[in-house]
Design a protein. Structure first.
Length: 225
């Protein structure tokens, strides 16, 4: 089926504290739209899987690491992480109750049912920035996929995550030598410099080729040991 020739069908539309969230089907794809802006769909998932793989590779050998995923989305990162037996604990923070519901008993459930049933998995409904600021938990890796990344945020307030104060909160909850992995729709040299200025080490960027345009990337950085 050629998706471009098929009209999208809205499956659910909800108003939340951050505006309108829509789940729609476009051909064989499921798409999430927030306040009229396309966020993600089920077409690929390579970059979401790389987000997890790159974080674990940068972390190196570590016994049963605890991983936090920021943003549930369509569930690619969660499903991929839950399939890795090395991970000891898996926490997902998602602020949109609609997205959580679509995974628990809605159209996105087939993508993440096994991961949600995994006893290592915990889903927290709440704001990621608040969680990083307030939690007493620590993590070996943070895999963050929020908005379009540090270079282009469309939701008010999300840019704070990539600012010095947000990065300080990330560093606070990371164990020594822990990894911060940040998905972005485009590379950002400015963000790399912000990471270094925030005290992170071994800052680098991995690219994920896309069919057209600028590659997606994962920014990686380590909290000093």
């Amino acid at each position: 089926m050629i998706t471009s020739l098929v009209e999208p069908v809205v499956l659910d539309r909800r108003e939340g504290p951050y505006g309108e969230v829509v789940l729609r089907r476009h051909g064989e794809l499921l798409q999430i739209i927030a306040n009229g802006c396309f966020l993600m769909d089920t077409s690929d998932g390579r970059s979401e899987r790389l987000l997890v793989d790159a974080a674990l590779a940068a972390l190196g050998p570590r016994e049963r690491p605890a991983i936090l995923i920021g943003g549930l989305g369509v569930g690619f990162s969660l499903a991929h992480a839950a399939a890795d037996p090395r991970i000891g604990a898996l926490t997902v923070v998602e602020r949109e109750s609609a997205i959580v519901a679509w995974h628990r008993d809605g159209p996105l459930a087939p993508l993440t049912a096994e991961a949600l049933a995994d006893p290592r998995t915990t889903i927290l409904h709440g704001d990621l920035l608040a969680h990083l600021r307030e939690t007493s938990a620590t993590y070996d890796a943070l895999c963050l996929d929020i908005d379009n990344g540090p270079g282009w945020t469309v939701t008010e307030g999300n840019g704070q995550l990539y600012a010095p104060t947000g990065l300080a909160d990330c560093a606070r909850v990371l164990t020594p030598g822990g990894v911060l992995a940040v998905w972005s729709a485009q590379p950002s040299g400015v963000f790399e410099e912000t990471l270094r200025n925030a005290g992170f080490q071994q800052v680098r960027t991995e690219e994920i080729p896309v069919a057209r345009g600028v590659p997606d990337v994962v920014h990686l950085a380590l909290r000093p040991g």
